[in-house]
Structures are given as C-alpha cells and as structure tokens.
Design a protein around this ligand. Structure first.
Ligand code: A3P
Length: 317
C-alpha cells in the first residue's frame, strides 16, 4: 500500500509532500532516507539538520522507542548528578524521567529553544537514527549512549504503547508483527537503527557506548559502573564501598520508579496535543514478555529476519 503523494493542498514546497507515505500504524508514516517516520518527526529532523547547535560536552542518550529510554534517562541523570542530590530526596522521586531528560526532537513550549537554554553539560535524549543526526551533532565529539533490546520484546512493548496512546485507532498484534517484520514501524527498520549505532560504536568506542536492555537487566550494577566511567564521572573507590552504584540501580529500577505517585498519575503533553499518561512508560519491565503475545513460530520468524539482516556485522539482537 505504498503510494507517492507528490503534491498536497499546501503546494509543492512542503518537503514532506514528496516523501512516500504508507498507512498501517495508528498514524501514517513517511519514508525519509531509509527510515519510516511520523510526518511530524520527519519535519523536525529536517529542521534540526542545520539549526541544532551541539555542544562538545553534551551527553546524548539514543534509543529505538521502547528499548529502555525511560530507564537510561533515569540512570544517566542519577549518575551525572549524584553529588548534587540525596537519594532520599531525589528529583527522580518527584519528576518523571521523561521530564528530566528532554528528547531533542520534541520541542517544548512550541520551540526548540528549550534545549538551548539548558546549562552545560546537557543531558539529552533522542530516537533520531544516527545517519539523520543534525549536522553539528554528527560532527561533534560528544558522548552517545545507545540502548537496544530484543526486537520481539520491543515490538510487544511498542504495540501496547501505541494502542494505549491511540486507543481509537488500535491495531491487532498480527498486523503489527507483519509490518514490523517488514521493517515498517516508526523509526524503522528496527535493525537498521541499531546497526548504524553498532557500527559507530565499534569504529569509535570512546564516542558511542552500545548497551543492551537484557544485559543491563541481568547485571545492573556492572552497567551503572560502566556508564559512569564512559561518561567520565567514574565512581571512586569510596563511592563503590559506600554502595552508591547499588543506590543508583535501586532508585532507577522498574519497581521503584513505577511505584511512585508522580509516575502513576498525570500526563505528558506532546506536540500535536498528543496526551500520554505518565504510567504508560511503565508496563512490565521484563525480558522475554514476547512469549505472551506471539507463538514460538512467530518468534523464530522474526529472529531469522533480524539474523539475516545483521549477518556478518557482529551485532546479535
Ligand atoms: P515493557 O513494555 O516491555 O514493559 P521506553 O522507555 O524506551 O519507552 O521503553 C519502555 C519499556 O521500558 C517498557 O517495557 C517499560 O516497562 C520499560 N521500563 C520503563 N522503565 C524501566 C526501568 N526503570 N527499568 C526497566 N525497564 C523499564
């Protein structure tokens, strides 16, 4: 069902109007340089190309949606601000992780100026594929942390999220599975998004730290220590003796964050007046929940597709 929409009612100077468009998810997606994006994101990415001003000490947390953005935001915030706050009276107890670290592609208060007003060093997040990064960010030597996840769990998480946020246009799981397997999903193909960051993390390990949700789950303390070292704020021996990495893990754990009133009630408002309940970012927080939504056969099918796409790259998802 791919169709070229060559013109629209606004005339031909709208760059989005020239992009292939496809329906299927709650919102149609446009294909911009090999990635399927919501039209609003595609427009923002184009605009940021030459307007976003990176700083050399920016920290960018990059993810494919539903791969652990909320978690890595909380962890990076807690690590980099640990000398400022007591764990018993921490901003993360009162503010949603999505609020604490802004996505660079989501303007607040109607403009991109919000991230410009933040003091250095900035902690930023993004879902933008590496090859679509704003120019200044692409050429900057700032630190990037990428988190990926088993595509089967990411798909299940995505499907739940989209159906909650767009209740009136929910889709069945099989349709979502088929589209995702074709590479047709927001910020997809999923594996391409991972692969670009993977390649760069191999080429420039000091620039990109490549993490997996499953590894972080099985050894959270080890990963918190690794993250702090990569971000040039390593834990001192005294801090390790005092159990600070464990405190960070506890504060940012799914159980802790999802039990806080501030994350259980209320809403975030995204561009286009899209209202997202804060609780939607916390569902199960488990590895392997895909078995409750797809057959073993479907699981194997998606695994095979992804293996084939990643063959020879060294990346295993
Ligand atoms: P599930 O839907 O599988 O439960 P994102 O933050 O990128 O939107 O991803 C959301 C996914 O991360 C959801 O997965 C959510 O439950 C899980 N998650 C949220 N906070 C978490 C945390 N602190 N630790 C582990 N997983 C978390």
């Amino acid at each position: 069902a791919m169709e070229e929409s060559a013109t629209n009612s606004h005339g031909t100077d709208d760059p989005l109007s020239k992009l292939p468009t496809r329906e299927g998810w709650a919102q149609p997606l446009v294909l911009y340089k090999n990635y399927w994006l919501r039209p609003r994101f595609a427009a923002t990415i184009m605009r940021l190309q030459n307007t976003f001003e990176a700083r050399h000490d920016d920290i960018v947390l990059a993810t494919n949606p539903k791969c652990g953005t909320t978690w890595i935001k909380a962890l990076a915030f807690a690590i980099t601000n640990r000398s400022r706050y007591e764990f018993g009276n921490h901003p993360l107890l009162f503010r949603h992780p999505q609020d604490v670290v802004p996505l660079i592609e989501i303007p607040r208060d109607g403009g991109m100026t919000y991230v410009e007003t933040l003091p250095s060093p900035r902690l930023l997040a993004t879902h933008i594929p590496l090859s679509l990064f704003p120019n200044s960010l692409a050429t900057c030597d700032c630190h990037i942390v990428y988190v990926c996840r088993d595509p089967k769990d990411a798909l299940v998480s995505r499907w739940h999220f989209e159906n909650k946020v767009h209740r009136e246009r929910s889709i069945d799981f099989e349709a979502a599975f088929n589209m995702f397997s074709e590479g047709f999903s927001g910020h997809g193909p999923f594996w391409e998004h991972c692969l670009e960051y993977w390649r760069e993390s191999i080429a420039c390990p000091n620039r990109i730290l490549f993490l997996k949700y499953e590894d972080m789950m099985s050894e959270p303390v080890k990963h918190v220590i690794r993250l702090a070292t990569f971000l040039r704020v390593p834990f001192s021996i005294k801090e390790e003796e005092d159990g600070i990495p464990e405190e960070v893990v506890r504060l940012c754990s799914f159980d802790k964050l999802s039990s806080l009133d501030t994350n259980k009630t209320g809403e975030l408002v995204r561009p286009g007046n899209l209202i997202i309940e804060k609780s939607v970012f916390f569902r199960k927080g488990k590895v392997g929940d895909w078995v409750n939504h797809m057959s073993q056969e479907m699981g194997r099918k998606l695994d095979c597709i992804v293996e084939e796409k990643l063959k020879g790259t060294g990346l295993v998802l």
